[in-house]
Design a binder for this molecule. Structure first.
Ligand code: PLP
Length: 378
């Protein structure tokens, strides 16, 4: 595969730290995880960064902390219909019900104007997702949350270093969950972090991620629902290296994104691209494209890119109506027209930091040729 979705080259910083951990026979959560947390907190100005074993687990730990603030089992959490399955699965795993809301095609994010229709007495939180690194419309979301006394958990798994109105995502709401899965801007392999500026939330999340033990307590004192969601010191070592190179990686990926946008700007008549507004910084997670007209033949487009050695992924498809896993919640096709449209007409591919100038030229040439051909055949 010429253009992989993401890539990882493990360098000396990580290798040294892995070796030190191995020399100490320490492979569970320890000094590396603590340092990774400190680096995240310092880089983005969060009061607390709490390491977990994955982004999914960061979502679960955030959600399960809500019991401390009055949530009951079976309560509802508002989530967007288009997102990676882990957002909704985490809601279920924490004991709540995901209430899906349609998204906006242009932003790929939850449509804030549709959230209030789904709020009931059982709603306890809104969980916006900053999909493809583009911040959700947080001002409106926070206003709704305040009016209905709801917590806001940001799913920032794809949004490392994204900013909304001069604030890094993650603590615009009450807390945020990050993933450091391979192919993300910062990588652990498997890893996550919950961030918050609230001491009480931080305390509960730390407890939830270690079987519900209160922080600093004796071994078998279980005060609340919890799981083993801890990070291990080997993956933390890789994350530390990722944070050391954060600015460099972020800027390189952002340059890649901008070069591609520039070289494909004539395709705007065919495709919705990610559009950065003045008040935001999009994190260069990947390069999403949504066909503006289904006549441009999505499956042909997808196959064409793959045949040209560009590794593609769909844009997740609508979780409640286009994935069997969520069928039991009772939604039907047609409930989420935008999410479903994106499910049938959207894809994304990687813009990782190891791509070279000639790779970007190659990708944009492939894209331009496809749409030129479309024009001729329509
Ligand atoms: C939006 C979103 N939420 C949650 C996750 C889960 O993260 P992980 O794969 O680290 O469990 C991901 C994974 O990439 C994601 O994209």
């Amino acid at each position: 595969m010429r253009i992989k979705f993401g890539d990882l080259e493990i360098g000396d910083i990580a290798k040294d730290r892995i070796k030190k951990a191995l020399d100490k026979n320490w492979v569970t959560e320890g000094a590396n995880a603590r340092e990774f947390e400190e680096k995240i907190a310092k880089q983005f100005g969060y009061k607390h960064a709490i390491a977990t074993s994955s982004g999914t687990d960061a979502c679960i730990a955030s959600l399960a902390s809500l019991y401390k603030f009055g949530a009951k089992r079976g309560d509802d959490v508002i989530v967007p219909a288009t997102t990676f399955c882990a957002t909704a699965n985490a809601v279920l795993a924490a004991g709540f019900i995901p209430k899906f809301v349609d998204i906006e095609i242009e932003t790929l994010n939850i449509n804030p104007n549709k959230i209030e229709d789904e709020i009931t007495d059982k709603t306890i939180a809104i969980m916006p997702v900053h999909l493809m690194g583009k911040p959700a419309e947080m001002d409106t979301i926070l206003k709704i949350a305040k009016k209905h006394n709801l917590k806001v958990i940001e799913d920032c798994c794809e949004a490392h270093g994204a900013k909304y109105k001069d604030k890094y995502v993650g603590t615009i709401g009450d807390m945020g969950a990050f993933s450091f899965y391979v192919a993300h801007v910062v990588i652990c392999g498997e890893g996550g972090v919950v961030v918050t500026n609230d001491d009480d939330i931080a305390d509960v999340v730390r407890s939830v991620k270690t079987h519900g033990r209160p922080t600093g307590s004796i071994y078998f004192d279980f005060q609340r629902f919890g799981l083993n969601l801890r990070m291990n010191d080997l993956t933390a070592a890789i994350g530390i290296e990722g944070m050391v190179h954060f600015e460099e990686t972020f800027n390189k990926r952002k340059d890649n994104m901008n070069v591609l946008l520039e070289r494909t700007k004539d395709l705007e008549e065919y495709v919705y691209f990610s559009k950065e507004e003045d008040y935001e910084t999009i994190s260069p997670h990947a390069f999403p494209m949504v066909l503006k007209d289904s006549r441009y033949n999505y499956s042909k487009f997808y196959k064409y890119l793959e045949s040209k050695d560009i590794q593609c992924k769909t844009l997740f498809a609508c979780l409640p109506t286009q994935h069997k896993a969520f069928e039991f919640l009772g939604y039907k096709y047609g409930d989420f027209p935008n999410a479903e449209y994106i499910g049938e007409n959207g894809l994304h591919f990687g813009i990782h930091q190891y791509l070279k100038k000639e790779d970007l030229t190659y990708i944009s040439d492939v894209l331009n040729i496809y749409f030129k051909k479309c024009e001729i055949t329509l």
